[in-house]
Design a protein around this ligand. Structure first.
Ligand SMILES: Cc1ncc(COP(=O)(O)O)c(C=O)c1O
Length: 476
């Protein structure tokens, strides 16, 4: 294409309307023409004086544009003036183009399943606390106080491992409420439980290593393991939690075992003491990842939640993972790992190499919220409210779904309703979503094809008085 055609666009009225300065426009037009091949390498450009006269531009503007494109490598200058550079800006037309890849994603990313839509603020979304009942004013106050004390250090990258006051507060909170035995140095604050699991997958195992996951289980945990290139083995769950037989220990010894022992996700069973000890005794050179995501709301034994595995043997290779998504709100993105004392230095250094910290103000506010007793008060206030919701939900499910089995409920924020094969869970979930409620299909929590059929129903966002009407929307 002749150069004049390219330069004619300098008088484009649309660009005039957008007030694009002439020199910027000249730069843009030349660059676009070079990259698209409309101006071939070696094409001579007019001298700056002539171009300025021909196109009613200031000469300085032309000089500026030329210098800019010279500096970027699009143009080159010689004794004869300025011309288009000779780099391969565009593949030659005759050259065969590369065959289109099957997928541009890496193999391991291709193994990831499509994620469910995340309308987690709607009623029955599992795993979401009551976001309307959180003491927002009290939270705003501690945040405000943190911001009123802001310093340059706090808005730069955060302290590796988290703000010291939050690490202290978490260690004390876990000792009191979860039987976790640790010092603040063993606590590493990370932006979300998902990030914690991702760090475990990438720092504690190599691609090709075996990870045991619960079947059914928490899909985001499975996703990070797949994305880290691990070999996933799905271990069935029964009423006593994950149930690996002796044969599996021999056939597929794990590098990582991921468990939700206090409240199996999603079925709700509690891992028995016998199985906890068995895991600890057999884990050997591997790691146990204890995901204690929602046991603060213990309904079976209110006020005395089942202690964590970590506390049974604090020096065992256990990574305890906790999150504030259920106690405060999911968008906060503050969670933590507790690592054994002997692993603090190495895991700390690896985490530091992998992540950069932030959210110091939220972390400091949260430390105050915990130290001031507001978090415990909030948990105490919400526990009976959630218990009541669960009871109403059970009653309504029994009334509407006859003899269907209801699982879980010892802790946490959801129940599982088993359905007969005549009521496929995915169809019910789709219909419910159209009516504004977010149940999850139990079948989607299974990695294997022979999954269960049922619904996961969170009661965190469902007020007791609305539950009868909401359950009505689940009906087929
Ligand atoms: C089983 C389980 N583990 C871990 C988490 C971690 O949550 P987050 O990434 O919000 O901290 C969740 C959240 O729903 C969960 O359900």
């Amino acid at each position: 294409m002749p150069l004049e055609l390219v330069l004619r666009a300098l008088h484009d009225p649309a660009a005039d309307r957008q007030r694009e300065p002439r020199q910027a426009r000249l730069c843009r037009l030349l660059k676009e023409a070079i990259l698209s091949g409309r101006l071939a390498p070696g094409t001579r450009l007019p001298g700056s004086r002539r171009l300025a006269e021909d196109y009613a531009m200031a000469r300085n503007g032309v000089l500026f544009a030329y210098q800019q494109l010279l500096a970027e490598g699009f143009l080159e200058a010689d004794r004869g003036g300025t011309r288009v550079g000779r780099l391969p800006f565009r593949r030659a037309a005759a050259e065969p183009s590369a065959p289109p890849p099957v997928s541009f994603l890496a193999q391991r990313a291709r193994r990831l399943p499509a994620a469910a839509r995340d309308e987690s603020f709607l009623p029955f979304a599992p795993g979401v606390p009551d976001l309307n009942a959180f003491p927002w004013r009290a939270w705003a106050k501690v945040l405000q106080r943190a911001w009123s004390e802001v310093s340059a250090r706090q808005v730069a990258y955060a302290e590796p491992g988290g703000e010291p006051e939050l690490r202290r507060a978490v260690a004390a909170f876990l000792a009191a409420r979860r039987g976790v035995a640790c010092t603040p140095e063993q606590v590493f604050v990370v932006p979300g439980g998902q990030t914690a699991l991702d760090a475990c997958a990438r720092l504690l195992a190599d691609a090709g290593d075996t990870v045991w996951l619960e079947e059914p289980g928490y899909a985001p945990a499975r996703n990070v393991m797949l994305a880290a290139g691990l070999r996933t083995v799905h271990v069935p769950v029964d009423e006593d939690g994950m149930a690996p037989g002796a044969a599996l220990w021999r056939a597929s010894p794990p590098r990582l075992v991921y468990v939700t022992p206090s409240h199996q996700y999603p079925l709700g069973s509690v891992l028995s003491l016998e199985r906890r000890l068995d895991l600890l005794n057999r884990i050997g050179g591997g790691w146990l990842i204890e995901d204690d995501y929602d046991s603060d709301f213990n309904h079976a034994r209110p006020g005395a939640p089942l202690p964590a595995i970590q506390g049974l043997r604090p020096d065992a290779p256990v990574i305890y993972v906790g999150t504030f998504s259920k106690l405060l709100y999911p968008g906060l993105r503050i969670a933590y790992l507790v690592v054994p004392r002997w692993a603090v230095r190495e895991i700390g250094e690896a985490l530091r190499a992998l992540h950069r910290g932030g959210q110091a103000m939220e972390q400091r506010a949260l430390a105050r919220f915990i130290d001031g007793g507001q978090l415990t008060r909030h948990v105490r206030r919400m526990a009976p409210i959630y218990r009541e919701r669960q009871a109403v939900l059970r009653t309504e499910l029994r009334a509407r779904f006859g003899g269907c089995e209801i699982l879980g409920g010892q802790a946490g924020l959801h129940l599982v309703l088993r359905l007969p094969a005549s009521l496929p869970d995915t169809a019910l979930v789709e219909a419910a979503l159209r009516r504004g409620v977010v149940a999850r299909a139990l079948s989607t929590y299974y990695a294997g094809p022979d999954g269960g059929n049922g619904l996961l129903l969170g009661y965190g966002m469902a007020a007791a008085e609305r539950i009868p009407e909401l359950v009505g929307r689940l009906a087929p």
